[in-house]
Design a binder for this molecule. Structure first.
Ligand code: NAD
Ligand code: UDP
Ligand code: UDP
Length: 336
């Protein structure tokens, strides 16, 4: 009878799951900006074991140095365009360069990372029965014709432009997520992330907040790309990480916008950085790059209602936190 049957023997691969209640979490791209903050937050929970897979294209071991050697932490040099065999319960799939300079550097590789990389992580999720979260982007809305953007908007994206490797790559990644969900029953979560800023951003990665802060600290002109009336909405990284964890833990597949609805023109951003960091610095108008979206602001009703999430850090409070980190890395202390 059933009572006398021995308990099922645990699979040797997943045995730790049978004997412990630990959650094993894979973070691809975990050595990057958002990923490393996510690692910090997940490692705070003693029930989590965290595995990072990263090829260090735009990330660095330095971002994870406080965890290297920790018994619940593992770092693997791995490119997600290659298959990956690990046994995990959750996958946060972030691997992909996020800054235009880096994703345009080798556009074919960017597409491979988005398409083959996401396919591999979905194959992994299917094999081990893990839940997988994709960090998609507001760029799926392209140069939006509706403003602000909610998740039902299908976007206005140039399929053959210099940004397409990223925008269209993420759009295919979203499609793959939904097809694995419908066809194979994989548990998926999709976050559409809007511009995020904070400590550990690459200093010279060309993104606007990191550029302006580094320029203000170095006493160089703040380079506003013409016309300067284009807008973005900036989310502080701790809020972003909180949103991603809630989405992973919740019951909704998404896509869900995660971002801060506070909208600023690039001229306003430059003026704010100047006022907060270096009132002496000049603001210079420079040439823009092709296909630059003119406006971007998330509607976050879904995140509020389905995840109970909304951002808490205002731009004026987040910028000084980032300034501290940049001053340390640039070796330029605050003037007394
Ligand atoms: P990041 O460039 O700092 O981090 C990306 C990480 O992925 C890096 O550590 C990089 O080395 C790694 N990586 C890149 N290609 C890889 C590959 N083929 N194999 C393995 N690792 C690879 O960028 P981030 O700002 O932390 O962005 C993280 C995720 O969030 C990305 O998927 C990005 O598209 C998305 N996102 C970010 C923003 C933002 O404003 N930062 C906005 C929208 C979406
Ligand atoms: N894959 C992986 N790790 C796994 C399982 C699969 O990287 O643990 C990769 C696999 O190499 C394949 C992709 O995920 O390229 C899709 O896998 P799936 O099983 O869905 O498709 P198939 O292998 O049948 O093409
Ligand atoms: N931008 C700018 N000065 C810079 C870098 C960027 O004015 O030194 C502008 C850019 O034209 C765009 C906005 O800032 O309108 C955001 O650019 P970023 O590359 O940070 O992010 P994304 O375009 O991906 O939102």
């Amino acid at each position: 009878n059933a009572a006398s049957k021995p308990p099922p023997s645990p699979s040797p691969l997943r045995n730790s799951k049978f004997f412990q209640s630990n959650m094993r979490i894979l973070i691809t791209g975990g050595a990057g900006f958002i990923g490393s903050h996510l690692v910090d937050r997940l490692m705070e929970n003693e029930k989590n074991e965290v595995i990072v897979a990263d090829n260090y294209f735009t990330g660095s071991k330095d971002n994870l140095k406080k965890w290297i050697g920790h018994p619940r932490f593992e770092l693997i040099r791995h490119d997600v365009t290659e298959p990956l065999l690990v046994e995990v319960d959750q996958i946060y799939h972030l691997a992909c360069p996020a800054s235009p300079i880096f994703y345009k550097y080798n556009p074919v590789k960017t597409i491979k990372t988005n398409v083959i990389g996401t396919l591999n992580m979905l194959g992994l999720a299917k094999r081990v029965g893990a839940r997988i979260l994709l960090t998609s982007t507001s760029e799926v809305y392209g140069d939006p014709l509706v403003h602000p953007q909610d998740e039902s908007y299908w976007g206005n994206v140039n399929p053959i432009g210099v940004r397409s490797c990223y925008d269209e790559g993420k759009r295919v990644a979203e499609t793959l997520m939904f097809d694995y969900h419908r066809q194979h029953g994989i548990e998926i979560r999709i976050a559409r992330i809007f511009n995020t800023y904070g400590p550990r951003m690459n200093i010279d990665d060309g993104r606007v907040v990191s550029n302006f802060i580094a320029q203000a600290i170095r006493g160089e002109p703040l380079t506003v790309q013409a016309p300067g009336t284009q807008t973005r909405s900036f989310c502080y990284v701790s809020d972003m990480v909180d949103g991603l964890i809630r989405l992973m833990g919740g019951e909704h597949t998404g896509p869900i916008n995660i971002g801060n609805p506070g909208e600023f023109t690039m001229v306003e951003l430059a003026e704010t950085v100047k006022e907060l960091i270096n009132p002496e610095v000049e603001i210079a108008m420079v040439e823009n790059t092709p296909d630059d979206p003119r406006q971007r602001k998330p509607i976050i009703t879904k995140a509020k209602e389905l995840l109970g999430w909304e951002p808490t850090v205002k731009l004026r409070d987040g910028l000084p936190l980032m300034e501290d980190d940049f001053r340390t890395r640039l070796g330029v202390p605050r003037k007394k």
